[in-house]
Write a protein that binds this ligand. Sequence first.
Ligand code: PLP
Length: 229
Amino acid sequence: MPFSFQERLSSIQARINAACQRCGRNPSEIVLLPVSKTFDAPIVREAVAAGLHRFGENRVQEVRDKAPLLEDLSIEWVLIGHLQTNKAKDAAQLVGEVQSLDRLSLAEALDKRLTKLGKTLSVLIQVKTSPEPSKFGLEPTELLRFLEQLKDYPTLRPAGLMTLAIHSDDEAAVRSCFRTLRELRDQAVQAGHHTVQRLSMGMSGDFEWAIEEGSTEVRIGSLLFGERG
Ligand SMILES: *Cc1c(COP(=O)(O)O)cnc(C)c1O
């Protein structure tokens, strides 16, 4: 890594600002979610010193390992990876938000644990916007019904949608994934799901396109922390 953490952070922020400028958006509409998966506690500590307090992780087990080493800091962990139903208990205890809610059985398991803990949890619904079999998420056609069904789980607070775009250099194909998510969000709001506002979309390789397509939250790992081993 040629630059300091602070320099990489500033450079990403400058690119977010420039993307906003191109499409007439206000940079204050865009949240940067640093993705610290695979990076050890001392590196997260450095990121906190640079002013970051909320970190994306894709495995709840990794949060379990890392969080105790950083207990003296005020950190909110955000789960962005596939969550097994049998890990719902750990997630309910450890994370402040789940962005990868993709099925009713998981909603039920989380609600059960959260009820026991007397807590609520902000959730984003992960939608599958690309045909790649490796991707998790609800089918777009299932979303409205799913949002209705979520009303049975009052500990879950739906706040938006999340997606991973197709892994491709084809700009039009990537943008089309982001556009699908934005259109689904608009449909959900129109159908009365007024809390479903946020769009978590865009990663190191495609966040500028995502912003131009309406993202409100970009999840950045390698560009900020370095290549993962
Ligand atoms: C790893 C990961 C990211 C960040 O990826 P980079 O390409 O390193 O920025 C974003 N979202 C999810 C769901 C991830 O698993």
